[in-house]
Design a protein around this ligand. Structure first.
Ligand SMILES: Cc1cc2nc3c(=O)[nH]c(=O)nc-3n(C[C@H](O)[C@H](O)[C@H](O)COP(=O)(O)OP(=O)(O)OC[C@H]3O[C@@H](n4cnc5c(N)ncnc54)[C@H](O)[C@@H]3O)c2cc1C
Length: 444
């Protein structure tokens, strides 16, 4: 019996070892391009490469760009140009436990590009295939049907598209103790009913989907490219588009191609075919898209002229109406290690208040003085300064420490529900409750 027990023990550990070794290596340099033979470095085009005959050129292989490319390639010849590299062989991108490390990496080669808005809010954007799905908190939910109607999309088509994405990259979360505690806190604060686990946008408290699987491995929008037609798709990484080229001879300017540079700084050109339906599609994110349009001469005439950019089309709206979507972050410090979890439980009210929560992502005491991008201690300062009540909430939360043990087992959520109620009362648009050890929060 003892022998059988020992063999069982060994086999179990061998299995675990294989699993842990397999996960990182399955995304290693050697393997990823087998699944995506159409992805190449921009420099592989050689010196001053010119390519043409595309039905669609997609600028930005991010959250929108990747599924678009996969779908269009079923019928058309498609080129995707992405300024970043691939997410597959990057452990910082691939694993939930490294979520904060990517955001804290402010180096020029990081998958996350750190920036500060003109209003002084720290933020980050994706600089890698898969875009912000490679750096974000991974929460997945279907859109509010009212939003779909408001923007005039085809509801039937949208509803058909959801399962296509969900089957490939969305998972049901494991549901940690902290997420359970927040669920109880939300319900006690009146954010009801409890809608259980659902992808649908429903008022009340719910558990949504996540792009992290049960091993904590991230599945980005880049994986949606696996369903593309490999014979009709080319994806160039490290390809930064600098300008859209237009034919201005007709009544209205028509995009004919793009100029981009590779990772060695060499310039290349790519052109559409002669089909009148062919298009350059700019899906470079909320900041990258207007930036590229402006650089290409589409935007407010006076501003373009001031910058000596030849005007292709005078459009007053390009680059306007940008606003931060500030989040009120409530930090709940813990003296003990806390299990890591990203957004799983959310509270949604019909007043447009949205409450989410994460746990276990702290900072070390030594690193507090370093630059940590979006995860800097100063983030708390800025976000809580956003409203006076935010500042007060943060102070209240410090008193929560004594009840944390109860909170984590989900049996006492009085303090938590009080905090949530305050947030609801103030109608703070978005609140994130962060529970973690090593939170060196400066409240000024
Ligand atoms: C830290 C963080 C956490 C978030 N958490 C969540 C969450 O949990 N759930 C959720 O639903 N949303 C979340 N979001 C928001 C969500 O990720 C983004 O709104 C969404 O991914 C944006 O998609 P996009 O296609 O517009 O842009 P992106 O996904 O950013 O794609 C744009 C792509 O274009 C590329 N690009 C830009 N300029 C050029 C150029 N000139 N040439 C070539 N390529 C270019 C970029 O490198 C990028 O890959 C989060 C965002 C952040 C930053």
């Amino acid at each position: 019996m003892a022998f059988i027990g020992a063999v069982k023990f060994l086999l179990q550990h061998l299995l675990l070892l294989c699993l842990f070794n397999y996960l990182p290596f399955s995304q290693g340099k050697q393997n990823w391009n087998e699944g995506y033979p159409f992805i190449r470095r921009a420099s592989s085009l050689g010196y001053n490469g010119k390519s043409g005959g595309y039905d669609y050129i997609i600028v930005g292989g991010g959250t929108a760009g990747c599924p678009l490319a996969a779908t269009l390639s079923k019928k058309f010849k498609v080129l995707v140009l992405e300024r970043g590299g691939v997410p597959f062989n990057n452990p910082n991108v691939s694993f939930l436990h490294n979520f904060h490390i990517t955001l804290a990496d402010t180096s020029p080669t990081s998958a996350s590009q750190y920036f500060i808005s003109t209003d002084g809010v720290l933020n980050a954007r994706g600089r890698v295939l898969g875009g912000a799905t490679s750096i974000n908190a991974g929460f997945y939910t279907r859109a509010d049907p009212r939003f779909i109607r408001k923007v005039g999309w085809d509801t039937k088509l949208v509803n058909e598209s959801y399962p296509w994405v969900e089957k490939q990259i969305v998972h049901r979360p494991k549901f940690s103790d902290w997420q359970r505690a927040v669920r109880d806190g939300l319900l006690a604060a009146g954010v009801s009913p409890f809608n259980g686990f659902t992808y649908d946008h429903k008022y009340g408290t719910k558990v949504g989907g996540t792009i992290f699987d049960r091993f904590g491995r991230r599945h980005t929008a880049a994986e949606l490219l696996a369903s593309a037609n490999p014979h009709k798709l080319t994806v160039l990484i490290h390809a930064t588009v600098q300008k859209i080229v237009f034919d201005t001879k007709g009544k209205r300017p028509k995009a004919t191609g793009v100029i981009f540079k590779d990772e060695n700084g060499k310039q290349h050109e790519a052109y559409l075919g002669n089909d009148r339906q062919s298009e350059v599609i700019v899906s470079s994110g909320a900041l990258g898209t207007p930036q590229l349009l402006l650089l290409s001469g589409i935007g407010p005439k006076a501003e373009l002229q001031k910058l000596n950019i030849p005007v292709v089309l005078d459009n007053q709206f390009v680059g306007k109406g940008m606003a931060d979507n500030p989040m009120n972050t409530i930090f709940v410090p813990s003296k003990r290690p806390v299990q890591q979890s990203l957004i799983e439980t959310v509270g949604i009210t019909n007043l447009g208040v949205y409450i989410e929560t994460s746990s276990g992502f702290g900072q070390s005491k030594d690193s507090i003085h370093c630059h940590h991008g979006i995860l800097s201690a100063e983030v708390c300062n800025l976000f809580t300064k956003f409203t006076y009540c935010g500042y007060k909430i943060t102070n209240n939360v410090r008193d929560l420490e004594s009840t944390l043990e109860c909170l984590t087992v989900g049996c006492c959520c009085k303090s938590l529900s009080h905090t949530i109620r305050t947030s609801l009362f103030m109608q703070l648009k978005m609140t994130c409750i962060v529970f973690s050890q090593n939170l060196y929060v400066h409240v000024s």
